[in-house]
Design a protein around this ligand. Sequence first.
Ligand SMILES: C[S@@+](CC[C@H](N)C(=O)[O-])C[C@H]1O[C@@H](n2cnc3c(N)ncnc32)[C@H](O)[C@@H]1O
Length: 265
Amino acid sequence: MSDEREVLRTQAYGGSAKLRARQALWAFGEDQPATSRVTRAHRLSGAETIVDVGCGHGADLRALRRDGHRGPLIGVDFSVGMLAELEPTVADPVLADALALPLASGVADVVLAMHMLYHLGDIPAALIEFRRVLRRDGVFIASTNSVTSAPELIEPWSEAMVELGGPSFGGGSGHRFSVENGAGILGSVFGAVKLREVEGVFRVPEARIVRDYVASTDDLNEPMLPDHEAWEAVLDQVAAHAQSVIDREGCFTVTARGGIFVCRR
Ligand SMILES: C[S@@+](CC[C@H](N)C(=O)[O-])C[C@H]1O[C@@H](n2cnc3c(N)ncnc32)[C@H](O)[C@@H]1O
């Protein structure tokens, strides 16, 4: 696990380029909501102190400011490269691991863990740490994917991995904390857990975007294959599949399924 942590910290999330390559695919949604996903999941007054753990380059924090949030925002991430892109005018950057937050107990009205819990080796320990920094009546919000998300992409990708000598690919570490098992994991630390499920259809116009998405996961997935050529062949095969769908249907449609958990003590 600690090897995986270092690969995540210094390579997969060493900078924002690979995360942004995946976010580029999610820009082709049919409906782009006007407000941030956090505001939609939980009504905010705008004055709360919010700690976003695993904030990445700060997309949710920026979106909260766009929604008019006035209260203190703190962005925590263990990657120097990610935090370097978080504007200090948006949020205070804190370089730290999710399991040891350098924050006083009870300082936060809201703690966020958006699409990051599945990266942690000890999720319950992190949840206990998040609960520590929350006020007694504070709210913990976590987002993640469903294990059934993006079948149009995961199925051909998994087939290509097997054909090129790797294991069946089922979405990687995402299964550690998913829409399906999340309530059970969160319920071990929080008394009340509510799930808001989200589904979106994304119509991707270019195979290059699909190839870049898969390529961005190289740090964790390429080592499962015999060599670099096999990984390149996986990318080519997934891109060729996407291109054949685009030629036939005009776009490569991806159905993303996920959810946002809102938890209280
Ligand atoms: C998939 S990205 C999500 C970024 C952002 N929350 C979002 O939803 O756009 C996961 C983020 O969690 C961070 N992360 C992963 N494990 C972490 C840990 N143990 N402590 C702090 N940050 C961590 C990564 O550096 C990365 O920025």
